[in-house]
Design a protein around this ligand. Structure first.
Ligand SMILES: [Ca+2]
Ligand SMILES: [Ca+2]
Ligand SMILES: [Ca+2]
Ligand SMILES: [Ca+2]
Length: 424
């Protein structure tokens, strides 16, 4: 058995136990509105639960699923935990208020630094989410999943070819320490932990017809054969996290592909971004026989399974440093719903107010999910919650109010905005 995976599961169980314990001894929040006090496993009423037994294709309840790059990453290992434990992090308070105002049932957080014990996410829940921010109802998540990611794990090679080894740019994913820019899944519904699949170690070269970068000057592989033999595809990790909602299972497919920038004419990061997105489109498309997870189990998602592809995918369908092909893999996929696009009122407002690159973009600014530099690349649509066609989409949104609208002062807490969908 893979030692690392065993450790992940063990830590997850510790995490749940710790959260449960803290929940029990921390009555400070308004418990009457804290959904975790309903046992945490489900928020269906008993009538709805009975209805679940009728075996229709719908979920029989509306579930809000969201993705949010919260930018809770710090320069040094342990720094985020220390900051959160003060209970006084201004950024964390604002992030918590956005979550309390939007109230997702299942939430992927990108850029939340990893720590083995889950002390960071524990503190974030206890001291921020479960406390009212500006009169908003507290919210808590009884079910949490986190696991190691590739960021900051040194590859042992000079990946950026600048003559120095052991730099953040030489890690399997860019990062100053192991676990920087990690991910966490929070859920009010039970997570089927035993059937979580992680793809942290899958090697890029094992993907057939990959976009392996080629140096345009020499027409040879940008990376050496030695690097090719150890290069992991996922810059953070790719997770299939099954969430149990009544009798249904929805697979939350979480990832955070590398930005297509910070590279050279070989476009090594653009190529990797494309193939990181391709991993999940293959996974849900019946074309993933080549894939193996960290336990060595092969293949993709079972045909007809419900899924939501979630995360900061660092790819806009029209604009930015990518060539658009990475995102188009999602937009043209037979099993993914893309017709209704989450939008905001703030996106158009800020694109107009900030101008510059935004003025010459192709994409509708109402769909932007990130407030990036005005000169380059401008604001982009890079964060996604894309449901399978098996699910009924009821509503969607991007949390990006205009200045003066309720919660409009919170958006500076991250360069990204929360994207949410309601599904049945
Ligand atoms: Ca280097
Ligand atoms: Ca590039
Ligand atoms: Ca901007
Ligand atoms: Ca834009």
């Amino acid at each position: 058995m893979d030692i690392n995976l065993t450790r992940i599961l063990a830590l997850f169980l510790i995490g749940v136990a710790t959260l449960g314990c803290e929940n029990a001894v921390t009555p400070g929040s308004n418990n009457s509105t804290d959904p975790t006090n309903n046992g945490g496993a489900t928020n269906l009423t008993s009538a709805e639960q009975a209805d679940e037994g009728s075996k229709t294709d719908s979920l029989k309840t509306t579930v809000r699923i969201a993705t949010y790059n919260v930018s809770l990453n710090r320069q040094k290992e342990g720094e985020l935990v220390s900051e959160l434990k003060t209970g006084n992090s201004d950024q964390a308070k604002k992030i918590a208020e956005v979550i309390q105002r939007t109230r997702p049932d299942v939430l992927l957080l990108n850029e939340f630094d990893y720590d083995e014990r889950g002390a960071g996410i524990d503190a974030f829940q206890t001291l921020y989410l479960r406390k009212s921010q500006h009169e908003q109802d507290p919210i808590g998540y009884s079910h949490v999943f986190f696991a190691p990611v590739n960021t900051g794990y040194d590859s042992g090679y000079d990946l950026d070819k600048n003559g120095k080894q052991g730099e953040p740019t030489d890690a399997f994913g860019f990062g100053q320490f192991p676990g920087k820019y990690a991910m966490v899944v929070l859920s009010r519904y039970p997570i089927d932990v035993e059937n979580v699949r992680t793809f942290q170690k899958f090697l890029w070269n094992d993907m057939p017809d990959n976009q392996w970068p080629v140096d345009p000057e020499t027409n040879k592989s940008y990376y050496s054969d030695e690097v090719k033999a150890i290069f992991r595809l996922s810059s953070k990790s790719h997770w299939d996290v099954p969430i149990k909602i009544g009798e249904k299972t929805i697979h939350l497919l979480a990832s955070h592909p590398t930005p297509p920038a910070f590279d050279g004419p070989e476009d090594r990061n653009g190529a990797r971004n494309h193939d990181e997105i391709r991993m999940f489109t293959d996974y849900v498309g019946g074309t993933a026989d080549y894939l193996y997870d960290d336990k060595g189990v092969k293949g993709g998602l079972e045909k007809g399974a419900h899924f939501v592809i979630a995360g900061d995918l660092n790819a806009d369908p029209f604009d930015g440093d990518g060539n658009g092909k990475a995102a188009q893999q999602l937009m043209t996929h037979a099993n993914i719903q893309v017709e209704e696009i989450p939008a905001s009122s703030g996106g158009p407002h800020y694109a107009k107010a900030q101008g510059k690159a935004n003025d010459s973009q192709q994409g509708n600014p109402a769909y932007d999910t990130a407030d990036f530099g005005d000169v380059r690349p401008g604001n982009l649509r890079v964060d996604y919650c894309l449901p399978s066609k098996t699910l009924t989409l009821k509503a969607t949104g991007v949390y990006w109010p205009k200045p003066g609208e309720p919660g409009g002062d919170l958006v500076g807490a991250s360069d990204h905005r929360m994207v949410w969908i309601d599904i049945e």
